[in-house]
Structures are given as structure tokens and as C-alpha cells.
Design a protein around this ligand. Structure first.
Ligand SMILES: [Mn+2]
Length: 337
């Protein structure tokens, strides 16, 4: 846990601010959304003005959350904000669309950063609370908040925090310290976190066009050596009213239980000339697991040991690029075997 000094400065920064902008990383997930909305609610409870930003709108799978429409993608760089908070990421490049060309604006602002990702350099003028052993940023925020704003943990906030723990651990599959994560989850349930409601909307709420999505993507499922993968273009799935988060869950739910595969990958061609790659660690026949965080780091991004992501510019024919990516993943897997 953090030093009392660091916790005090966290509390001081938030208490003394009056206009706060909270940022979540690109392609916000349940953990980033949960972290933004709950920390924002604490600040709102303290009477502060809070705005919420990320680079792309959240997946429509989060539309059920009451405050989701508070998250905006257009930031106006005004001087009125006296505190900027990054949750679930550390470096500017994770919100590149908002920071590029505006580095001096962000450098000059007081920043609080709460994160659980490895290996990032801290930006100027920031107080950083980082614990890479935390299974989710919301879990970390819960532990920080218990020490700093215990009177502000209510059932709504507990629900946001539980959502982050639940989604980042794949509903308690990926945590590294189970006692820590389960203890935090139980504490949140006691405060009133709506577990059944979250499960209903996050895990059991797919659209009927999922049938067409599965018909399209299932024949494409391929295994090459230690990688099982599927590909799609974002245009294809948008035609079926899906976004990438929803599509990935549908596809991964079907292939991830398969034993004897090192890595599951979804490779998608975006509409803006980028190829995105989602990686999940499987179980090899001997039970060994591959560190996909390490693979993603070699491919330009990162994440966590059992779930990570990467991206690269689209180059030429998509299917040829997919095969090359799969070869690269297999090469990285071989280094770990
Ligand atoms: Mn996270």
C-alpha cells in the first residue's frame, strides 16, 4: 500500500480542487469507466465540478450505466481546470488524440495519476499512485479511498468499483492476488454493489444480431501453432450493430475455453487505417500460461499478464497482415516456452 504521505497528497489535491477533468484511456473498458465515474462521483459529492473525457465514445455495452453519457470526447483545453486526473493509464500516448500537440497544456497542469499498468514513465507535474499488482484500477482506488474518503463510499460507487474488478479480472479469472481481490469484492458487496445487475448487463446482454456475427466470424477461426485467432473488419461488425468490445466478447467466449492453445487473438481492421490486436492467454496442455503482456509490449502496447492489446498501422492486404501478425505472436510465444 502507499505511504501516508502519498495518500495525504491524493486527498489534498482532490479536496483543494474545484474544477476537475478526469481522463480514461483510449478504448475505455469497464475498469477505466468504473474508475472515472466513481472517482468523479466522490469529487461531485465534495461539491466540485467534474468533467469526464476519453478519445472514443465508450462501447454501447456500457449504455446501461446511468452516468455513462457524462463521458465526452471533445476537450476544450481551457485554463479553468485546476486538477487533471488520469485513471487506469499513465502516459499521454494512451489518449493521443487529446494530447498530441497539447503536451505543454498537460505538462503545466497539476495531475493525479492512479494506475496499475507496468513500465510507463511519469509525466511532468504529476502525483502517481501506481500498483502493478492490483488486479484493476478500481480495486486500487477502493483501497485508496478507504483510507482517504471513507465517508464517500456508497452503493453506487461500490457498484462502479465492483464493475472494474469484475471486468478486469474476467469475472475473477485473472487476478494475481485472489485474497486481496476477493476481499475487496466482498467489502463492496456489503456496501451494496449490484453484482447481479452488472452480470446481467455486462455478460448476458448481447443483441440478437450476435447470431449473424457468430455466423460470419466462426468459419474464420483458425489455429496456427500456439495461436488461435479470428479476424474481422470494424465495418463488418458495425453493419451488424456491434462495436469491437461487444464483438470480441462474443468471439472470445467461444474459443477461450479451448485447452492446449497458448494465445487467443482477435485481429481487427479499423476504419481509420489501424489494425488492433486483442490477446488473451490460454492454457497449454501442460497447464503453462503465456504472458501476453510481454508479447503486446513487443508489438507496441501492453496490458496485463493474461489480457493485453496491441496495434499497428494497416499495411496492404489485411489477410496477409493477419498471417504476419500471427507468425510474430508465435515467435514471441516460442521465446517463452
Ligand atoms: Mn485496468
Amino acid at each position: 500500500m502507499f505511504s501516508q504521505e502519498l495518500l495525504n497528497s491524493f486527498k489534498e489535491k482532490i479536496t483543494n480542487a474545484s474544477t476537475i477533468a478526469i481522463f480514461g484511456h483510449e478504448s475505455v473498458d469497464g475498469d477505466a469507466i468504473g474508475s472515472m465515474l466513481w472517482l468523479g462521483k466522490v469529487c461531485e459529492n465534495l461539491g466540485e465540478t467534474v468533467e469526464y473525457f476519453t478519445t472514443l465514445p465508450p462501447s454501447s455495452s456500457y449504455d446501461f450505466l446511468p452516468s455513462i453519457d457524462k463521458i465526452k470526447t471533445n476537450f476544450d483545453y481551457s485554463d479553468k481546470r485546476d486538477l487533471i486526473i488520469f485513471v487506469d493509464f499513465t502516459v499521454y500516448s494512451r489518449i493521443k488524440k487529446l494530447t498530441e500537440g497539447h503536451e505543454s497544456y498537460f505538462d503545466s497542469k497539476d495531475k493525479l495519476i492512479i494506475d496499475h499498468h507496468l513500465g510507463d514513465e511519469n509525466p511532468a507535474n504529476s502525483i502517481v499512485l501506481k500498483d502493478v499488482d492490483a488486479a484493476s484500477c478500481t480495486e486500487l482506488l477502493y483501497e485508496i479511498c478507504k483510507e482517504t474518503f471513507p465517508e464517500h463510499i456508497d452503493a453506487d460507487i461500490a457498484t462502479y468499483r465492483y464493475m472494474g474488478i469484475m471486468t478486469d479480472t474476467g469475472n475473477f479469472q485473472y487476478e494475481q492476488d485472489t485474497v486481496r481481490t476477493m476481499s475487496n469484492a466482498i467489502a463492496l458487496i456489503k456496501i451494496g454493489a449490484k453484482k447481479a445487475w452488472l452480470i446481467e448487463y455486462i455478460f448476458n446482454n448481447s443483441k440478437r444480431s450476435a447470431i449473424d456475427l457468430l455466423k460470419m466470424t466462426t468459419p474464420r477461426i483458425t489455429r496456427t501453432d500456439n495461436v488461435c485467432y479470428a479476424r474481422y473488419t470494424v465495418q463488418e461488425i458495425e453493419d451488424l450493430w456491434f462495436d469491437k468490445d461487444e464483438a470480441d466478447i462474443m468471439i472470445l467466449n467461444n474459443i477461450k475455453p479451448i485447452r492446449g492453445v497458448g494465445v487467443f487473438a482477435i485481429i481487427r481492421l479499423g476504419t481509420t487505417g489501424e489494425v488492433g490486436i486483442s490477446l488473451r492467454s490460454g492454457y497449454l496442455s501442460d497447464g503453462k500460461r503465456i504472458n501476453v503482456q510481454q508479447i503486446a509490449t513487443q508489438m507496441n502496447w501492453g496490458g496485463h499478464i493474461y489480457a493485453a492489446g496491441a496495434r499497428q498501422p494497416a499495411q496492404g492486404d489485411f489477410e496477409t497482415q493477419v498471417k504476419k501478425i500471427v507468425d510474430d505472436i508465435n515467435t514471441e510465444i516460442d521465446k517463452q516456452l
